[in-house]
Structures are given as C-alpha cells and as structure tokens.
Design a protein around this ligand. Sequence first.
Ligand code: 3PG
Length: 209
Amino acid sequence: MNVHQLLSISPVVPVVTIRDALKAVPVARALEEGGVQVIEVTLRTESSLECIERIARELPSMTVLAGTVCHASQVRESLAAGAAGIVSPGLTEAIAAAVDTAGVAWLPGVATASDIMRGLALGADCFKLFPASIAGGPEALRAFAGPFPGVRFCPTGGIDRASVGRYLELGNVACVGGSWVATEKMIDASDWGAIRANAEFVATLRAAG
Ligand code: 3PG
C-alpha cells in the first residue's frame, strides 16, 4: 500500500498509545466496529511492537501503522512486527533511506516550508503537519497550498472532535490524525464503548483532499 492509499482509508487516523499489550486488539476492534479500519500505534511504550504484532495478526482487515518512528532501526522493527506503514514526527535522511530500502509507505512530519522542501527532495509528497495546532493550523495548510500544490497533508497534534472539521474541509488535507478517538484514559479504563462511539463519529466525516 502506498502512502496515498494509506491516507484514504479513514478521514481520521486514530493515534493510540497502549501500555498493556493485551488491550491492543480490543482497542483496534472497537475502532473497526465503529467503522475505522486504520490505527497508528505509537512506539512510546515497551509493549508498542507487541501491540502492532497482535493487531496485525488477529485483525488482518485493520491497517496498522507504526507511529513516533524516530530512528531507522525502528522502521525494520515495525515492519517485522507487521506494520503496513511508518509515521514520523519529523524527517531524517536515515529514515528516508530505511523506508526506501524496505519499500514501505512513510508519512514524515513537517512544520515549515523548508521541511516540506527537504521532504520533497527525499521523494515524499504526503506529510504529517506536526504539531498541527502550533505549526499554524488550517491557516498554515491554506498557505502551503500556494507553493506546494501537489502536496497532501495529514495534520496531527492538538486536533480534536471540535476542530477536525476545519482541517478536513481543506483541499490539501487527505486525512487528520489524533489521539482523541482512543485516548490513553479510555484505553486504561477499557472503555471500548467510548472508542467505538468516536469511531462511529469519524466514519460520518469526509476529507476534501
Ligand atoms: C502524535 O504523535 O501524532 C500526536 O501525539 C498526536 O497528537 P494529539 O495527541 O494532540 O492528537
């Protein structure tokens, strides 16, 4: 799957941080039951790779992305665990080389025009605007549409249920990322109903880009 295909799965990519690997499949199942078939598992806990592995193995219809990938070695580890794509908060030549070698889709993070130009030079044309609400929000994305007409974004960081619509209406936004769909609090409380309800809301949304 290429990055364009990954970003077209759902108008919102739920970004999840899971401490207990036994909760990985229930979280992903709640999302899928609500109508969302993609999940970004951040590599921020000791069980992250095991979470990716469990979801990829037990819910093959769910597309699992590895998030918070900051080092080239994590690209290989994520792929070995079953990740279908790589998401990074920024971009480095080392990760670009690793994803290129592996032939896997990569969504690198950018916050400025120079970041986008570096990313384009590395062969990317879809970027995670991060942290979106601080890096200029919808106004920055509107401004980037001028010099970078072919670029698509997945803004992430500081976006919630109330603000998601202001991003999805933009022509250069393929989808939005956010932890509000399945928060750490919901996951810790095993509140699958709340996660399913948020996924059902997400499934009603449409991205303009
Ligand atoms: C990420 O890694 O993409 C962010 O932590 C998600 O940002 P949010 O928690 O503000 O949605």
